[in-house]
Design a protein around this ligand. Structure first.
Ligand SMILES: Nc1ncnc2c1ncn2[C@@H]1O[C@H](COP(=O)(O)OP(=O)(O)O)[C@@H](O)[C@H]1O
Ligand SMILES: O=P(O)(O)OC[C@H](O)CO
Length: 498
């Protein structure tokens, strides 16, 4: 009897492979960082071969170090950094250009031109997204327009486009596939019909022949080439990393939400089986598609991304040098009873949801002669929670669903002071699970459901276990006053570099 699901978690800076047992607990994990390229200001690239080779290496390592045979694995689940765009030669399997990473801004002029031509509402209605360089379609157009010979070769059917899930599946199985949660991040995919959209493809000037076939997020999509593991293993789960984390946090029904506190913050709320198009500058996205008894069932999410969260803690470490390790920020902040009136808006790269102000810049206000580094540490931690509170407020205005608890994960979620302040400022309990590798767990769950390793979504949800709950302790009037102060600080940061 097989014992494990192998989750492949291909992130922006590292590739991970994690083995999960039937209890949904981690049996073993391996991780490897890979190279980042910044060839011009605003450009971020990966070598797609590095992505595959680092992923291959950690898969081998996790099997070897845990003495797990491929025959012990019931299925593989894949989750990945989203939007990052790979273009490769179908015949040789070699990339024709560096992969353009989600953070890369080079396709901004393409988005501005589409906006100027009046297409913004069409894109938002069909894709749930804002017309922004973040997403894959404009990145793919840039590659076709700028890599010598690429457009002609694409027209002849020689090339294939994919997000990172597609690329890894191609490398493992030779199949050209993606799932709706990844396709929904491209500005080329209609989230209501679940199909690539010809009208949007025409506006972006992208030939449909480049695109992968769409398969459900949970279901046997392909088998690995026998040469990889000696046996053909089913690839049975596929989802973008934030959607996978939402699934792994068992946010399976409307109104449930999770927030991942990593470099940035990604808050996603389940909104049911029809898309809610945001009126408050959030993104609507597909969470996952599960096979149903008669038809596939698609679950939709609202998403808000905050650009600077853990990155602001890294700035305390690397920019100011007031801590040596991220873990020290809690102790430093606890050396003072409060922020001493200091507010910090870490808009180093502008503000993301719900402000979307590319010209906002980092701003610290309220300092006096008594301000010290502990106040700054405290204000930095508070800024992570306050930015998340802005996103949640927009979400609740869109979805009109009261939140009963916020499930949390990611590197900064280890910080108890931050989690308590998050509960206080939201007025909602914050709940941290035992397994915080929720991204990989979500991919494992999707794969395990497809092959009967787990019987049902209910069985999975029952495996979710709380490690700690933070109950709100702040008085309502103080909360209102603190949010008011925060709004004034955000106003001061806005449009600064314009
Ligand atoms: N104890 C802590 N308190 C606050 N932030 C922390 C702590 N430990 C780590 N971090 C932050 O967590 C981030 C890393 O989290 P992770 O989930 O691995 O992010 P990513 O997947 O985006 O690389 C770093 O930016 C780091 O500054
Ligand atoms: O790789 P991460 O964890 O930084 O996630 C990246 C997101 O998927 C980008 O949308």
């Amino acid at each position: 009897m097989t014992k494990f699901i192998l989750a492949i978690d291909q992130g922006t800076t590292s590739s991970r492979a994690i083995l999960f047992d039937r209890a949904g607990l981690i049996h073993g994990a391996a991780q490897q960082e890979f190279r980042q390229f910044f060839p011009q200001p605003g450009w971020v690239e990966h070598d797609a071969n590095d992505i595959w080779q680092s992923q291959r290496a950690v898969i081998d390592e996790v099997l070897r170090t845990n003495k797990v045979a491929p025959t012990d694995i019931a299925a593989i689940g894949i989750t990945n950094q989203r939007e990052t765009t790979v273009l490769w030669d179908r015949a040789t399997g070699e990339p024709v250009a560096p992969a353009i990473v989600w953070q890369d801004r080079r396709s901004t002029p393409c988005c501005e031109a589409l906006r100027a031509a009046g297409h913004e509402v069409l894109f938002q209605q069909k894709t749930g997204l804002v017309l922004d360089a973040y997403f894959s379609g404009p990145k793919l157009k840039w590659l076709l327009d700028n890599v010598p010979g690429a457009r002609a070769r694409a027209d002849k059917g020689e090339l294939a486009f994919g997000t990172v899930d597609s690329w890894l599946i191609f490398k493992m199985s030779g199949k050209h596939l993606t799932d709706p949660s990844n396709a929904a991040r491209t500005l080329m995919f209609n989230i209501h019909t679940g199909q690539w959209d010809d009208e949007l493809l025409a506006l972006l000037d992208i030939p449909a022949g480049l695109l992968p076939a769409i398969v459900p997020s949970s279901g046997i999509a392909a088998h690995t080439d026998a040469s990889l593991f000696g046996v053909a293993l089913p690839i049975a789960g596929i989802a973008g990393d934030q959607q996978a984390a939402t699934f792994g946090q068992a946010c399976h029904s409307p109104g449930m939400a999770k927030n991942t506190y990593g470099t940035g913050c990604f808050m996603l709320m389940h909104t049911g089986q029809a898309a809610t198009i945001s009126q408050n500058k959030l993104i609507s996205t597909i969470g996952w598609t599960l096979p149903g008894q008669t038809a596939n069932r698609t679950d939709y999410l609202l998403e808000g991304s905050v650009f600077m969260a853990g990155a602001a803690i890294q700035w305390l470490r690397d920019g100011l040098g007031i801590i040596a390790h991220a873990d020290q920020v809690e102790e430093l902040a606890l050396a003072v009873p409060d922020n001493g009136g200091v507010l910090f808006v870490p808009a180093f790269a502008g503000l993301g949801a719900p402000h979307w102000d590319a010209y906002a810049r980092g701003t610290m206000v309220g300092m006096t002669r008594g301000t010290n580094k502990s106040h700054i540490a405290r204000a930095t931690l508070e800024s992570i929670a306050l930015q998340s509170a802005d996103v949640l407020e927009a979400m609740q205005a869109d979805a009109a669903m009261p939140l009963t608890q916020l499930r949390v994960d990611g590197g900064c979620a280890r910080n108890n002071l931050l989690m308590q302040f998050q509960a206080d400022i939201l007025g909602v309990p914050v709940v941290r699970p035992v397994v915080t590798e929720t991204t990989a767990l979500g991919a494992a769950f999707l794969a395990g459901l497809a092959v009967g390793f787990w019987a049902s979504q209910e069985e999975i949800a029952a495996q979710w276990q709380m490690e700690r709950r933070f109950d709100p302790a702040m008085a309502a009037d103080e909360r209102v006053q603190r949010m008011g102060e925060w709004r004034r600080a955000v106003e001061r940061s806005r449009a600064w570099s314009q």
